[in-house]
Write a protein that binds this ligand. Sequence first.
Ligand SMILES: Cc1ncc(COP(=O)(O)O)c(C=O)c1O
Length: 442
Amino acid sequence: MSNIHDTAMANAFVSGKVELPERLRALTERRTRLLGTAYRLMYDTPLYVERGEGAWLIDPDGRRYLDAYNNVTSLGHCNQNVTDAICRQASTLATNTRYLQDIILDYSELLLSTFSPELENVIYTCTGSEANDLAYRIAKSYTSGTGVIVTETAYHGITDAVSQFSPSLGPNVPLGAHVFTVAAPDAYRLGKDAGEKFDTDIDKALETMRARGIRPAALIVDSMLTSDGVLAEPVGFLKGAAAKMRATRGIYIADEVQPGFGRTGSHMWGFERHGVSPDIVTMGKPMGNGHPVAGLVARAEVVNEFGAKARYFNTFGGNAVSCAAALAVLQTIQQDDLLSNASAIGALLRERLRGVAQRHGQIGDVRGAGLMIGVEIVRDDGGQTPDKIEAARIVNGMRNDGVLISSCGANHNVLKVRPPLIFTPEHVEIFVAALERTLAKQ
Ligand SMILES: Cc1ncc(COP(=O)(O)O)c(C=O)c1O
């Protein structure tokens, strides 16, 4: 049995920390025996799930957990439009991008129509990591540089190249010598100055890169800084940073794997909140509502430079079934106007959380956009000192109460709340009641 003490992943299950019921103990042991030690489970008492339905995950005993964490299934678990589209396509044709087919073009047209016209090409992958890996390859080819700037607790994925610019993987996964980090803008502590400081930090990173003789390739930022602690403010902070990167002939990659497809409510894409236009946008997670489909959208000039030199084929990326799933997802988001729902329900949830914060001093800040929400947990002494122990207590307390969230941020003290875009006012009330009970249990 593994005995992993993971300091890099917030909310990781640590074997032996809590005594598990026999069934869970046997399952975790079997898992470790079969899958080895690289995987992590979440929560002190891992969750054993059998099926999903809308905003709910259900265990083998029929106990229902309100899922306010899984941003992949943003239309809700097992959405009928998506499962129907997958079944239809899988029983008609399931093959790759080396043949002429309508479905990939139908989807690409709809997807590209959600971007401004200068972003005119799309390339498909299976995961967000692959999309970022390809984006970086294209950036290196286009700029002839290698230097990358990311935020201090960024996560962009798992390939060799991408893990080298994913500092949230922790100190045992070293950053590349070509990677430079900047502090994420902390508007909770710095107010409006957070944007200016971010700009200054980008300048400093570019200076250091220059001093080391490294030519810039890309600035890559998750537009909601999810793993840095869900940082939505100050609006516009990405604009100056992207301009600075471009002034050095580097490119700006918006990582929309987390905030894309309407999660921020006001816009389909998180970078739009900042009034900036990227050279490349990477996406994944909710793109297939659980079906593995991901990709990137880019300026044609950038793609052409790469395409003239290198051939791109990804056996499963852009296959017909993935395109059918993705088409059903985007059509459902648009037809059901889920952006408006994300805006309205996200605002309601933040308002209710701010009410809870007035009664519980350990909530220092409630922030976010749409249904991407961060709740910063601090010591209950009127200051702003991060309290990761209390955050972990709340995450696990909520799980035991039947509501699923996790935590993030450099100090693991920000509750990460990402419910499906179909969340309702009733779900908000269930969420808030569980949080109140958990906070009161101190
Ligand atoms: C911002 C961001 N980028 C990229 C990825 C990698 O995506 P995937 O797990 O599909 O490879 C993730 C995954 O959590 C992510 O959060």
